[in-house]
Design a protein around this ligand. Sequence first.
Ligand SMILES: Cc1cc2nc3c(=O)[nH]c(=O)nc-3n(C[C@H](O)[C@H](O)[C@H](O)COP(=O)(O)O)c2cc1C
Length: 247
Amino acid sequence: MKTVCINCSPKKQFCASAYFLMLQRLFVGGKKVTEKLRTPADHARILEQLKDAQAVVFGVPLYVDGIPSHVLRFLEEMEVFCKENDLHPSVYCIANNGFIEGKQNEPLMQSFEHFCTRAGLTWGGGVGIGGGVMLNVTRILFLVDIGLLLLNTVLSVVNTGNFFPKSAWISFGENAALLLYFNLGVLFYLARMGSAIRKNTCSGKKYTRILIPSFIFILFADLFFIIISFFEGGLFRGWLARKKIEQ
Ligand SMILES: Cc1cc2nc3c(=O)[nH]c(=O)nc-3n(C[C@H](O)[C@H](O)[C@H](O)COP(=O)(O)O)c2cc1C
């Protein structure tokens, strides 16, 4: 059994789609291949991988309530390729969006379902994830946690000769548990879909989100985007700048 995971984020690195596909791979057996779809130059390579694939998992960011245009171009080619080569892999989708409600991915999921019907492929279902950006940040926070634990251990060894600083481990455990909690909905539905991929069945469409209250999410999202906007030009060169109209 071979599963091809296609990371459809146009970002070169640190994309949420890569994070969710990495988690999905934990729950899928057999041969697993991950491919990156950014430009038409990637099409031929990915299509070649589909020849002996039983399942294809698309990791897609939601763009303007739909499928990003570079992915649509690929799906058009994939339809022709699968028909010409008589290929019928099951298609699964992990969609993620910036806003908190995972349900916003429903139109994207429907587009994938219609694509499967048209291309003669089997629709296997999908997971729509809200708060994708923030969930992606949790993996960085986890690495920072590990770094802090190592630093505290080194300091403890140097200062007291103690290899097991209890308070540092407790704080690490608390932080890791919190980050795990944020990701629980995602892990649950990806595990469920992983089981469907292994059995080659349909898992249906499921929607989840980062498990924090919406008002806290909005607070952090606003802060995050204000800080990012300063790096992107700030108040006067960004938000309040006169916009140039392209002819
Ligand atoms: C052009 C563009 C359009 C977007 N449209 C939406 C949208 O309609 N709804 C939403 O919740 N997020 C939207 N987002 C946010 C992305 O879905 C979100 O940042 C996602 O986590 C990106 O995934 P990636 O890191 O895998 O590329 C949009 C982002 C971009 C760049």
